[in-house]
Structures are given as structure tokens and as C-alpha cells.
Design a protein around this ligand. Sequence first.
Ligand code: AMP
Length: 379
Amino acid sequence: MNIGVLGGGQLGRMLALAGCPLGLRFRFLDPSPEAPAGDVGELVVGGYEDGAALERFARGLDAATYEFENVPAQAVRKLAERLPVYPPAGALETAQDRLLEKQLFSRLGIPTPAFAAARTAPEVEAALEHVGLPAMIKTRRMGYDGKGQAVVRMPGEVAGALESLRRGAPGGAGGGAGPDLIVEAFVPFERELSILAVRGTAGEEAFYPLVQNEHGDGILRLSRAPAPSVSGELERLARGHAASVVRALGYVGVLAIELFQRGGELLGNEMAPRVHNSGHWTIEGARTSQFENHLRAILGWPLGSAEAVGHSAMVNLIGTAPPAEELLAVRGAHVHLYRKAARAGRKLGHVTVWRDTAHDVDAGLESLRRHLGGAEKTW
Ligand code: AMP
């Protein structure tokens, strides 16, 4: 079977690496001829809204998916007129807009930081009356890895925050009202967790265990799986939240939900309608990887167990990546390099330390830190 993937980044590359043993072949659509998935499948170079490129991409495919959350929902809808495309475009549209996302969580009874929509400075001031200070102002669309966000601690900081968001918005500095925004209460959470759910075409479901995530400069640095110190109650709460989201969206595929833990409560931060960086550990650390389960789900095939095997820690290689053979000196290390050109802040690969016990994983992380020689700032 021929699977099409919109986006040719590392997620697409790892989808294909998981799909090859199942007899699947892959084609990617990406604007860059350097897209890392080009190593493991056919690469159609073109924009997502380029009709001719989309046509070349779609020809002969049996099913399609996407690995990049900012693909235009219109391109997904167009493709879905001629072949099965999952996750559904409606889920993509919700996930592309932080306001729709939070409204969905609220409707489903999933707690969130207090939030309000705004566009102009007076609307932001009014929103702050509702959510309180400190607050985070985020662009509703196109934010990722901490981009499109500003913290406001005092009322006088609103103008500066809006200016920084306007400068960073697509289209650049320009005047006008600026991008659509969401104003959120700044939550003093204890830790960040995520849960990955998989739902198949017949509604069957599987849930990976909660993962603990650490970010630096808005970018995921470290994921520990299963997350330490998680009670059965917290795990059930997370699964309940994830189940209600995938059911409400009629979802098919892997969906990731990022959560803030505050005591026994899990607040919904955002979701990603695709395989997710906090699920890379599943390649070694789960009975079935998120990549394989995503493919099984979108093809209507039986899902695999999402149970964790042993303990894992996944470290992103950001900006620089030592040679594989150096990293492999760490006991239990599994190295994944994406063959991307090095650039500050760019995810170039990841290492998963996979061992029988959490204690051994910690020892592996210590050793990995020495090999990375300060390249990883925040963990
Ligand atoms: P996001 O792009 O929404 O995932 O935000 C990036 C990071 O900013 C998150 O992983 C959190 O560490 C932090 N963050 C986002 N929203 C909030 C919030 N409402 N309160 C506190 N920290 C937040």
C-alpha cells in the first residue's frame, strides 16, 4: 500500500521507518528539497496549496496523513475528497487554533487555565480582568516550540508584549490590529505531562502511559516515560480526558495532549493531531511505537498494545548533535539522527535511554550529559 504524508520532517521519516516492515511505501509532500523524510520515501517538493504538487502527491495513494500541524486544513479537505485522510480535518482545524482547543477542553469538562480571546490592546486589558495576572498572551495560530507567546506580569507590560507578538507574527511587523490572541492565566503548575491516545477507524482505543516533559526556551528537552510518581487515579484522569477528546472529534490516529499537573488536577494546555515528540520513547520503550500505531489506526488495522516496557528517557538533540558512535557509548542509548543541517534551536535528532529501572535510566542520563558536553542547557 502507498501512504502519503503531508510534511517531510523527522516525524514523517519515523512514520516511514515504522511502516516499512508492514509492507508500506511512503510519499511525502514538503516545500523543502532537503526534507529529512526524503531518505526513506519518495519526496514531492512543493507547497501544500500548490494544486499541481498536491495532484502529483495524491496520484496512486491508498491513504494519507500529515505530520505537520500547520498544513492548511483546506489541503487536507481537498485530499480527503479522493482518498481516506486521517486524522480528520475538523480535528486539525481545532488543533490549529488555541482558542478552539481550549473551548473544546472546557466543553468536555477538562480543566484549563482561565482564558479569553482578544485582538486589540483594550481587549487584552479586558481579558486580563477576567484571567488575572500574571498571564500569558499567545497567538491563536501558528505558535509552536514556545514561539508566539509573551508573559505579562504587570498591567504596564501589555503594549510591549503585543509589540513583540506582532513582530513575530507571520507577515512581520506591520500595523493593523495584529494577530488573533488568547490570553491565559499563568499557571504555577508542578510539572508538565502529556498523554498520547490512539483511536482506530472503528473507534477502538489505546492509551500510552503519562509522560513527564521538561522544556527549555519553549522547546521540549527531556521526556521520561512512564512519568515518575503517577498514581492510578492520575493515570485514569488523563485517560478519561484523552478519551473524551478523541471521541468528541471522531478522531482516527495518534493524538497528543499536553497537560499541566497541579495537585491532583490535570489542566489541558494544548493538543497535537499527530505523532508527537513526547512519544518518541515509544520506539524502544513501548510494545508498539506511536508511529506504528498511527499507521495501523489510519489504515483501519488492529491497534497494538501501548503498554510501556521498562523505563525510558528521551533527550532531544537541539542545535548540535554529536556523532552517533559517541552517543552509543552511553549504556542503553538508542540514537536517532534526522540528517538535518545544524542550526540553533533546531531538533536534529534524539536519544532514548532505555533500561529496566528508572534508576538505571538516571545513570544513563548522567553519562549522556557528559557526552553532550553542555550542548543541552536545561536538563
Ligand atoms: P505551549 O506552546 O502552549 O505548549 O507553551 C510552551 C510552554 O510555555 C509550555 O510547555 C509551558 O511550559 C509554558 N506555558 C504555556 N502556557 C502556560 C500557562 N498558561 N501557564 C504557565 N506556563 C505556560
